[in-house]
Ligand binder design. Structure first.
Ligand code: MSP
Length: 649
């Protein structure tokens, strides 16, 4: 069963002068469930598209799933179901995840849909008729994980650079696309259009590939070996190679809705650096051969890393986005993803980083400005906004800082500096907080002669909050609407121009009481929750001298008693004998060990660790354990019987 999900688009009038913005995510393979890596690209495209909509541009946002190929067929076989049942299930999982994350895509395309398959066959036929596809034999190293032939040169320690799997040697009779023929054209196109692939490091990567022959691209697989694919229109015995099929989704989604004239080629592709070669080399040459104009920009971001490795199902280190949304809230999670990754660079993922970011920026800076402003408006003015009176230079400075932001934000977004765009707004919010401290409205409130001055200060803060809510609208749509409701402005839609005006809140508006938009995260409780070996595993350790190591007192002990922590389901409370003394150690190993199997277990204790209270129980040390990439955990102990309390040196 294949189904489609389309949302109606607003009509384009013939004299439409709006800028067009068509943005895409990769269509994700259905051999893995959605994780933070997939969510990042999708949330990013959602935010960028919303920002363009806020500017009044004509936008189209495409995402979807890539459902053909060996990898998917293998995953279905491993799950013991038909390929179709398998892809329906996982594609549905992606779509539900995006829906629950509030992603406002216009189209969700699946490569198993007839509307897509038809366009793929039409384009193939066109390229075949033009003489750019021929039949031949090919031998080489094939990586199933990356679904492509890899060259010797690309291998790292004998493994594919993308999937880190060892490739296999294959000889196959296939159809080939004359890709090499288009190499000089592509090279020149990239040289003439410096921002065609950006940031620059990825452009350079592609240019380096194009300096040497790229060869012709094998674009078919024998149906006998890979039945799960789209037939070549002129030869039923072969199916289309998965990348030739998948890349065309960006075009087929428009064609199937009859809007290709409206949105092509204003296309902005967003991908991570893993798939630069198919998007930077295969795709533009395919388009050229098919007689279609190439895309506008290929925008390439880095990886979210977990334990210093790319987050990926095959490395077993994935985090599910819905779990984080449930824990931290949708908008705060979006804010973190955009703020904590510099576009093009890798970023480290950890829950403590999310929590710290939420507390510092959202609970403190933005939350404080809102709570104190509405608190004072309630106390001093019964929550009613006064008319805008004359301003002083301190007020004008805050105003000017905010009114400069819309243009700056447009520039930042155009330059892919999303983290900096957010930081610009936050820095204006911080300056507004500083202004409050300097103007000390609580002192003005005591002096009836300064009533007008107090009104001005309160209004400046309200306007700053209103503008911040418009500027952050694309990042945190729900919270920004809530913020404006608290300001007494209702739920109406806003445009970026609303952040270009000042003193726009009508006099007489009745504001709310300033309920916290972003509750503070209890960092201590979070640290307890992720306490134990995981904490140590997350950090990359610096090189240390022997003296540093000598500061750690490690002793052999025996567990004499173990029980579940009464208040935390990940913790065990252990009693450990160190010979001359007994320690209580709270350890985050409950997911790996039963309390009773630990009694009698020999362990190594960090004996000079400062005591810490974990959910009300004092922990007087830590036991050592090791964890592998699969998440299997083992307590570390002495290999010979020796006395409790013996020092580990
Ligand atoms: N199906 C192909 C793409 C075809 S597009 C015509 C594919 N699928 S994928 O499921 O492997 O998705 C890869 C993409 O997922 C990356 O380019 C990126 O958008 C996202 N990410 C997956 N893991 C990621 C990280 N650890 N970090 C950041 N993004 C990551 O390739």
């Amino acid at each position: 069963m294949t189904d489609t999900l389309t949302t109606p688009l607003p009509d384009a009038s013939p004299d439409d002068s709006r800028s067009v913005f068509y943005a895409t995510t990769p269509i994700f393979y259905v051999n893995a469930a959605p994780h933070i890596g997939h969510a990042y690209t999708t949330i990013l495209v959602d935010i960028v598209t919303r920002f363009h909509r806020l500017q009044g541009n004509d936008t189209f946002f495409l995402t979807g799933t890539d459902e053909h190929g060996e990898k998917v067929a293998k995953a279905a076989a491993a799950a013991g179901v038909t390929s179709q049942a398998y892809v329906d299930e996982v594609s549905g999982d992606f779509r539900r995840t995006w829906d629950e994350l509030g992603i406002g895509y216009d189209e969700f395309i699946r490569t198993t849909e007839p509307r897509h398959q038809k366009v793929v066959q039409d384009v193939l036929q066109r390229v075949y008729d033009a003489g750019d596809i021929f039949y031949g034999e090919y031998s080489g190293l094939y990586c199933v994980g990356a679904e492509r032939f890899v060259t010797e040169k690309e291998l790292q320690d004998g493994r594919c650079p993308e999937s880190e799997d060892p490739p296999e040697y294959r000889t196959e009779a296939n159809y080939f696309f004359r890709m090499e023929k288009y190499r000089p054209w592509l090279r020149e196109h990239i040289e003439r259009n410096p921002d065609f692939i950006r940031p620059e490091r990825y452009r350079n990567e592609v240019l380096a590939m194009l300096r040497e022959p790229i060869g012709d691209l094998s674009i078919s697989r024998p149906r006998a070996r890979v039945p799960w694919g789209i037939s070549l229109p002129w030869d039923e015995e072969h199916v289309t190679y998965v990348w030739f099929d998948a890349l065309l989704n960006y075009w087929s989604a428009l064609v199937s809705r009859g809007v290709e004239g409206r949105y092509w080629p204003a296309v902005e592709h967003f991908i991570a650096k893993d798939i630069v070669k198919p998007h930077g080399v295969f795709w533009p040459t395919m388009l050229k051969a098919a007689g279609l104009p190439v895309y506008q920009h290929l925008n390439v971001h880095g990886y979210w890393l977990m334990d210093a490795r790319k987050m990926s199902k095959s490395f077993g280190n994935v985090v599910r986005p819905l779990d984080l949304q449930a824990k931290y809230g949708r908008d705060a999670f979006r804010y973190f993803l955009l703020r904590d990754m510099g576009f093009g660079l890798d970023a480290n993922f950890s829950e403590s980083a999310i929590a710290e970011r939420i507390n510092a920026d959202l609970a403190n800076d933005l939350g404080n400005l809102l709570n104190r402003t509405l608190g004072m408006l309630g106390r001093y003015r019964d929550g009613v906004v006064a008319p805008a009176g004359p301003s002083e230079s301190a007020d004008d400075e805050v105003r000017d800082a905010f009114l400069a932001l819309p243009d700056r934000m447009v520039e930042r977004f155009d330059a892919l500096q999303f983290d900096r765009a957010i930081e610009d707004v936050m820095s204006a919010v911080r300056s507004a907080n500083k202004y409050v401290a300097e103007q000390a409205p609580w002192l003005l409130a005591k002096d009836p002669v300064r009533a007008e001055r107090l009104d001005r200060v309160l209004r400046t803060c309200l306007e700053a909050l209103r503008c911040a809510s418009v500027l952050f609208e694309c990042v945190m749509p729900d919270k920004c609407r809530e913020l404006r409701v608290q300001l007494g402005m209702g739920e109406g839609a806003v445009t970026l121009d609303d952040a270009r005006t000042w003193d726009a809140i009508p006099a007489g508006t009745r504001a709310g009481t300033g309920d916290p938009l972003f509750p503070r995260i209890d960092l201590e409780a979070l640290a307890e929750e992720i306490a134990g070996p995981q904490v140590a595993a997350l950090e990359h350790k610096p090189e240390i001298a022997i003296d540093d190591f000598a500061k750690v007192e490690l002793r052999v002990g025996t567990v004499t008693h173990a029980e579940a922590h009464p208040k935390a389901d990940k913790l065990l409370v252990l009693t450990v004998s160190l010979g001359s003394e007994t320690r209580t150690v709270v350890s985050g190993i409950r997911a790996h060990y039963q309390a009773d199997e630990l009694v009698g277990q020999r362990v190594v204790v960090v004996a000079n660790l400062a005591p810490v209270k974990l959910r009300g129980v004092e922990s007087q040390g830590m036991i050592l354990a090791a964890e592998d990439d699969e998440g299997t955990l083992a307590i570390v102990g002495p290999l010979r019987d020796l006395a409790d309390g013996s020092e580990v040196r």
